[in-house]
Design a protein around this ligand. Structure first.
Ligand code: 6GU
Length: 250
């Protein structure tokens, strides 16, 4: 059982979001447990203050370290220290635009943990000692700015949960999908064969498995070259595939 504990100033943001699809099923099956916690619950003053002005000046407010350290310590039952947290099979993920990118490989590592504590930062910032001392991972979900880590937490929990063994069910496997081979998925078609003047590629209608596999591989390569040149640069192509793509152009 993998337990997610999300620390946020907006716990209501998460009401209902984990009640659908694979995440719902994984929860129902007891594969994962997900709880959202109000950071203000770990303050000690009357006004439940969680932020303060940045030293050195500047706009915006910075999340204070004390409530965040206390939250992590109470949710993990151990000292707030990244090295010892990691040793006990726990991960503490600080979500921030300054993090390293969330990848399938990182999600896969997190899926092997006992507990993942997720700290939702605010875009103005989080006291850097959280990153220095408490977080085992500082993670961003992409090169754009969110107002807070909450949408990123939903993304992370989804990406990790579907990699927990049993979450996808027996019929599907996370092994053959986008990124598992460093390429985008091949395109899919379903009925009708002709829709608004556009036909499904003939090869897919024939039932020649080897031909279908070859077409899918080339289509995935073409699509990756067009939409994700960064991924395409690292793809390993056979000589035949290189020639096929070059002669097809695009
Ligand atoms: Cl994790 N947080 C914020 N505030 N913005 C982001 C992000 C995270 N990932 C991409 N943009």
């Amino acid at each position: 059982m993998l337990r997610f504990d999300i620390i946020t100033i907006f716990p209501d943001f998460f009401r209902g979001v984990f009640d659908f699809g694979i995440v719902r099923r994984a929860r129902a099956a007891g594969l994962v447990e997900i709880a959202a916690h109000d950071l203000r619950g770990w303050t000690h003053d009357r006004h439940k203050v969680v932020d303060d002005r940045p030293f050195g000046g500047g706009d915006g407010m910075v999340l204070k370290p004390e409530p965040i350290f206390e939250a992590v310590e109470s949710l993990t039952g151990q000292a707030g220290d990244a090295a010892s947290l990691r040793e006990s099979g726990r991960r503490v993920v600080l979500l921030s635009p300054q993090g390293r990118s969330l990848t399938q490989a990182l999600a896969s590592g997190l899926a092997k943990a006992e507990q993942v504590v997720v700290i939702c930062g605010r875009y103005e910032g989080v006291d850097e000692r959280v990153s220095e001392q408490l977080a085992t991972d500082e993670v961003s979900i992409g090169d754009y700015v969110l107002s807070g880590g909450e949408p990123a937490a939903v993304v992370l929990v989804d990406a990790v949960t579907r990699l927990v063994p049993g979450a996808l069910g027996s019929e599907t496997s996370a092994v053959n999908e986008s990124f598992s081979e460093g390429l985008l998925d091949f395109p899919n078609y379903t009925r009708p064969v002709e829709f608004r003047g556009r036909r499904v590629p003939e090869v897919l209608l024939g039932g020649h498995h080897a031909e279908v596999a070859r077409w899918r591989r080339r289509a995935a390569l073409r699509k990756t070259r067009r939409n994700r040149p960064d991924l395409f640069a690292d793809a390993e192509l056979t000589e035949e595939e290189r020639i096929a793509l070059d002669t097809e152009g695009e």
